[in-house]
Design a protein around this ligand. Structure first.
Ligand code: NDP
Ligand code: GDR
Length: 344
């Protein structure tokens, strides 16, 4: 039985990846942080929390000794390092914590691999945020990096350390540069889920409107379940390498609002400009979307669109879920949750 260790199993990708690997017959160790209240709702949602081959271990990514003990205990064949302070907005207010968790954390694991067993394969969750200020479009494995947030900078460091451990110590260390991927399990603070959850609440009369920041930012949004398959493929490849996973399509935040409105049978019309722009329900004239400057970032990533050709050619990986279907899936899940009064 192959054994995988997933750091950050309580997050969106951790839940889908654990489900994917357990279905493949893996033994899975997943790490979670000590917090005042446990955070296993995603594992419940995908139905794996009580799976006989799933073991949950407490772990903090910022502690090298703890990383060594973790590897000795789990004896994994593959490690998927998904744990991170992953919210870009927060990273501007917590740059040091972000650097410690998101930047140095992965090096603790890489070094523990070197100490405990250099044969362990390692996947690092790198990100399109590393591209930051547009250098070229679409962005590929060879596009120059220009991060625009403390989160992006921390991920660039971890990305290059992954490559460095690959080249210096012959460790099978792969880096997946994943573009935004969403799902009904997305955290509420990220813009897609904030929109589907918020507008579901508006639709059901629980609140009057939602407040957003920059509506013009463009993102390449895919479905998280498609992307965890790509992570696994990277560790089954002949050689460790760096791969972009993306859909190759980009849309504005505003377009995602419009798709959500369509799924909720709202006809939205826009009035005003910049921070004065509002979205109105065309039938009632009521404002359902407002801009709040507090959601703008000190430095923005304006345009992300990925070129996934290498992943298709080498790994046989492709994104399968159109944005319309993804959005409809998220809206349906959030309507159900809001109706039932559950909030995650
Ligand atoms: P989430 O924010 O949903 O999950 C992050 C996970 O990291 C959570 O389980 C969280 O635990 C855990 N974590 C945070 N800090 C620590 C710490 N100090 N020690 C141990 N665990 C910690 O992220 P996603 O699932 O969306 O993303 C997974 C990874 O992929 C992240 O590294 C992210 O940066 C990266 N990524 C994500 C993309 C996306 O679009 N989703 C795109 C590209 C990269 P807790 O539940 O306790 O908070
Ligand atoms: P991102 O995702 O920063 O791309 O990082 P997020 O959904 O937070 O923002 C996407 C874009 O939407 C704009 N935006 C808002 N964002 C949030 N969160 N809230 C708002 O109200 C709002 N209004 C407009 C943002 O300015 C931005 O341009 C995600 C994370 O999962 C990272 O961990 C991951 O690495 C990248 O995707 C790829």
């Amino acid at each position: 039985m192959t054994t995988a260790l997933i750091t950050g199993i309580t997050g969106q990708d951790g839940a889908y990846l654990s489900q994917f690997l357990l279905q493949k017959g893996y033994r899975v160790y997943g790490t979670y942080r000590r917090t005042s209240s446990t955070n296993f709702w995603r594992l419940d949602d995908v139905g794996v929390r009580n799976h006989p081959n799933l073991n949950l271990l407490e772990y903090d990514l910022t502690d090298l000794g703890s990383s060594v003990r973790l590897l000795e205990q789990a004896e994994p064949d593959e490690i998927y390092n998904l744990a991170a302070q992953s919210f870009v907005g927060v990273s501007f207010d917590q740059p040091i914590t972000t650097a410690q968790i998101t930047g140095i954390g992965p090096v603790n694991i890489l070094d523990a691999i070197r100490i405990v067993n250099p044969k362990i394969k390692f996947y690092q969750a790198s990100t399109s945020e590393m591209f930051g200020l547009v250098q070229e479009v679409p962005q590929s494995e060879i596009t120059p990096l220009y991060p625009r947030s403390p989160y992006g900078c921390a991920k660039v460091y971890a990305h290059w350390m992954t490559i460095n451990y690959r080249e210096s110590f012959d460790i099978f260390a792969a880096s997946g540069i994943l573009f935004n991927h969403e799902s009904p399990l997305r955290g509420l603070e990220f813009v897609t889920r904030k929109i589907t959850d918020g507008l579901a609440r508006v639709k059901l009369g629980r609140q009057s409107h939602i407040e957003l920041g920059n509506l013009e930012a463009k993102r390449d949004w895919g479905f998280a379940k498609d992307y965890v398959d790509g992570m696994w493929r990277m560790l089954q490849a002949d050689e460790p390498d760096t791969f972009v996973l993306a859909t190759g399509r980009t849309e504005r935040v505003k377009d995602f609002v419009e798709l959500t409105c369509k799924a909720l049978d709202y006809q939205i019309v826009w009035e005003g400009n910049g921070v004065d722009e509002v979205g109105l329900d065309a039938n009632t004239g009521k404002t359902i979307v407002k801009i709040n400057p507090k959601f703008y970032r000190p430095a923005e990533v304006d345009l992300l669109i990925g070129n996934p050709d290498k992943a298709k050619k080498v790994l046989g990986w492709e994104a399968h879920t159109p944005l319309e279907n993804l959005c409809a899936m998220m809206v349906e899940a959030d309507m159900n949750r809001v109706e039932k009064g559950v909030s995650f």
